[in-house]
Design a protein around this ligand. Structure first.
Ligand SMILES: [Zn+2]
Length: 253
């Protein structure tokens, strides 16, 4: 039986258009038996914790996304509390994020985004969980922040999710032992340099995800895996096995 892992989805949110439990059942039937539901603000983080609590094969990540989040210190304090309280009572909180820098949309200022990112890295270090990073057109500012924490002796682990950036940024991420999350965007890109980058991601650093979309489903990981198997000239089974074991190792599940 092929086992796949959706490392990043949002089927737990209120605006999700499908019945999440039906979607979960069909994901299981398709071999996607494990997934992480990801918060982007306080409400969806609370919802992620609740959603994962009662469902087998579902874990949660909590965070403030640079788009949707109101990045105030009060909101962050509440997120911190949520993280501590959840970890004290369950093993289902497996990551902090998604968080990072997004200069494409720039819904909040660069300095607000940087402050929120730093605070969330600190929370991940405190709770000893990895991070789910969202970085768009902002790697130049992202790496110095990330590296600051490594200098202080902390080992920040995590994944750069929805990665579609250059081969150069791929090298930066790999040199920092980060995982690379690939989703459906890759299956409809026509940019040769993006496809070339996807061929270069080492098998031991690759993760699959479905991400957002009001009708996106974790079972679509199957399509992402077969697309990449084709592109990379690898066996579907090998890709499934490696990415699932990468995800289990990263999230410790
Ligand atoms: Zn997401």
């Amino acid at each position: 039986m092929i086992e796949l892992f959706d490392t990043h989805c949002h089927i737990h949110t209120e605006d999700y258009q499908l019945d999440a439990d039906e979607v979960l059942a069909s994901a299981h039937a398709a071999g996607v038996g494990r997934m992480v539901v990801v918060g982007t603000d306080l409400a969806t983080s609370q919802a992620a914790v609740q959603f994962a609590a009662s469902r087998e094969g579902v874990w949660s990540s909590i965070g403030l996304h640079p788009h949707d989040a109101s990045l105030s210190s009060q909101v962050f304090a509440a997120l911190q509390e949520l993280g501590r309280a959840t970890q004290a009572t369950s093993a289902k909180l497996v990551a902090i994020g998604e968080c990072g820098l997004d200069y494409f949309y720039a819904h909040s200022t660069k300095s607000e985004q940087a402050a929120a990112l730093r605070a969330q890295i600190e929370l991940a270090i405190e709770l000893n969980v990895p991070m789910i990073f969202h970085v768009r057109e902002a790697f130049t500012d992202f790496w110095p922040i990330f590296d600051d924490f490594q200098k202080n002796g902390a080992k920040v682990r995590g994944v750069v999710h929805s990665f579609t950036d250059s081969a150069e940024q791929l090298e930066h991420a790999l040199s920092r032992d980060l995982y690379i999350g690939v989703n459906g965007i890759m299956t409809f890109t026509s940019r040769p340099e993006q496809l070339d980058m996807a061929r270069r991601i080492p098998l031991e650093s690759l993760l699959f995800e479905t991400d957002r979309g009001t009708i996106n489903k974790p079972e679509m990981v199957v399509e992402i895996a077969s697309f990449l198997a084709n592109l990379r000239n690898e066996k579907f089974e090998d890709l499934a096995q490696a990415t699932t074991s990468n995800a289990r190792k990263l999230f410790n599940v």
